[in-house]
Design a protein around this ligand. Structure first.
Ligand code: G3P
Length: 224
């Protein structure tokens, strides 16, 4: 499983990257706008923190030509292990194979149905990003959609991977992991919720109390 962070908050990225096995960061125009800073400055700061891990950045252009020019600009300005996120609009589908022909890595995004994902995969994209919680919000059964996309790629022997996005809770993460989804992008709050449990904290405190009761405070094994 590849864990990516769906945020442009550089302090959160720094904290998480230090602790967890982070495969990269994803952004979109909404996420970038929350930073209220220069677009390229934000992406360069993220690149500075994550090094050559994956960075997924989305185009703004809405025509095929504009999408390609946006992608080329991102490639020049940010570079490295970069994935160009392209929404699955008509012009987006048109641009995807052209970006691949130019040697770029592409993530098809804003996916709500298995059909959209299969079309994008046949256009040669590297990842497809279904929006799980937004599908759940319209009673569309997000996990089932992700499961169908994973199965379709396997049945059709397509190398495209599934990068599920839009999560609101850890149960959604557990469900898509079990479905065989290869990658997820989650907000920092979800990765902390995945990692922590009050009983784990209580167990660690109990270990300390039991030790201290017999051997006294402040010991580590290397001090024994
Ligand atoms: O990467 C897509 C994601 O940012 C959408 O998430 O939480 O806005 O539905 P959300």
């Amino acid at each position: 499983m590849l864990y990516l962070l769906d945020t442009a908050d550089v302090r959160e990225i720094e904290k998480v990257a230090e602790i967890f096995p982070l495969a990269g960061v994803t952004t979109n125009p909404t996420i970038i706008a929350q930073g209220k800073r220069n677009f390229f400055a934000i992406l360069k700061d993220i690149r500075g923190i994550i090094g050559d891990r994956m960075l997924h950045a989305q185009v703004l252009g809405e025509t095929c030509d504009d999408i390609i020019r946006d992608a080329e600009t991102l490639q020049e300005q940010i570079g490295g292990n970069l994935y160009i996120k392209v929404p699955v609009s008509t012009e987006g589908y048109k641009a995807m194979p052209k970006l691949k022909q130019r040697g770029m890595k592409v993530t098809a995004t804003a996916i709500y149905t298995p059909g959209q994902a299969l079309l994008a995969a046949n256009s040669g994209v590297d990842f497809t990003a279904p929006y799980l919680n937004r599908i759940d919000n319209i009673s569309g059964m997000g996990v089932t959609v992700v499961q169908m996309i994973v199965d379709l790629f396997r049945v059709h022997n397509l190398p495209t991977r599934v990068l599920a996005a839009s999560f609101k809770n850890v149960q959604q993460v557990n469900d898509v992991s079990l479905a065989g989804c290869q990658a997820i992008t989650i907000g920092p709050e979800i990765i902390w919720r995945l990692a922590e449990h009050p009983l784990t904290t209580m167990s660690i405190e109990q270990f300390r109390r039991d030790w201290v009761g017999v051997y006294g405070e402040g010991k580590c094994i290397y001090n024994l």
